[in-house]
Design a protein around this ligand. Structure first.
Ligand code: ATR
Length: 282
């Protein structure tokens, strides 16, 4: 009825990040800062979903008028299945980190991780991926999530190396139509040089180092660890000791993927550098 419609017009738009666990998430702080900066009337919360009822949690949030969700571990694949419409990058990633609830009931699923990564490299680190020799380490969800945006930057070569080479070869097949990508093991990297080496493995979580041969960093190379908040990870340490010129962790990617989600929801692009500084200071 018209009264409830009128009331809805005055209601603050609600968003949340959903995961399990979720208490550690920096997304509420990032989105609160974006909203403040761009004068958006919105609220953004952290929401714990039970492991066995992600879909129920999402549907309830949608039924209560929620406008969108960020989705994190371990629900990105479930979110992919739940979406009724997918962007190309989410369809290929088989994982969704952003849901947008459209007024007609459509659940749009996007994956902004790859755009976050490529934007951080291009805009914040001022390094072009075009024509570069790029090495992506890992063939799990994190790697799959960034592959299409990486390929669309038109690197000269994009190699996926994985401890279990079969998985890297599967990704090569999955993405072959979108650009030149080669999958294999780490041993085959010996003798090759890369301008950009990206760690999309979970090795930094266990303080381990992927079996990267020495001598793969080209002069001026960038070493990028998608993990953040771990300081100098074994990978970044190895890179520094083996000739990488520049090192970056995943904090910029975290803020940029959030900005992409914010843009999808609100149609406004927030400033990211100030938010990165804020996160570094807390
Ligand atoms: P995520 O969603 O974070 O990508 P995942 O799907 O479990 O998590 O994948 C983890 C990735 O990190 C895999 O590519 C894994 O290699 P395997 O497929 O061979 O298991 C990689 N990984 C984890 N620890 C590693 C280590 N110490 N050295 C090299 N690769 C590692």
């Amino acid at each position: 009825n018209s009264t409830s419609l009128k009331c809805e017009a005055f209601m603050t738009d609600r968003y949340a990040v959903v995961g399990n666990p979720i208490a550690h998430s920096k997304s509420p702080l990032i989105h609160a800062e974006f909203a403040r900066q761009t004068n958006q009337d919105m609220a953004y919360a952290a929401m714990l979903a039970p492991l066995e009822d992600f879909a129920g949690t999402v549907k309830k949030f949608q039924a209560e008028g929620g406008k969108g969700l960020n989705v994190t571990v371990p629900f990105k694949q479930e979110a992919w299945k739940l979406a009724t419409l997918l962007t190309d990058r989410a369809r290929l990633a088989e994982a969704v980190n952003t849901l947008k609830f459209e007024p007609d009931g459509t659940i749009l699923g996007d994956n902004t991780d790859g755009a976050g990564l490529t934007r951080d490299i291009r805009e914040n680190l001022a390094i072009s991926l075009a024509g570069k020799r790029v090495l992506l380490m890992g063939a799990g969800g994190a790697a799959r999530g960034v592959l299409l945006p990486l390929l669309l930057q038109k690197p000269e070569r994009l190699i996926i190396a994985n401890r279990t080479p079969k998985k890297a070869i599967e990704l090569e097949r999955h993405f072959a139509a979108y650009g030149r990508v080669e999958g294999g093991d780490y041993a085959r990297l010996a003798g090759s040089l890369f301008d950009i080496v990206i760690n999309a493995t979970s090795s930094s979580l266990s303080n381990a180092l992927p079996p990267l041969p020495q001598g793969v960093f080209a002069p001026g190379a960038l070493a990028y660890d998608m993990m953040y908040g771990k300081g100098l990870t074994p990978f970044l340490q190895f890179a520094r000791d083996n000739g990488a010129a520049q090192m970056a962790d995943g904090l910029g990617m975290l803020v940029e993927q959030a900005a992409e989600s914010f843009f999808l929801w609100r149609g406004v692009r927030p400033q990211t550098l100030s938010v990165m500084s804020l996160l570094k200071s807390c």
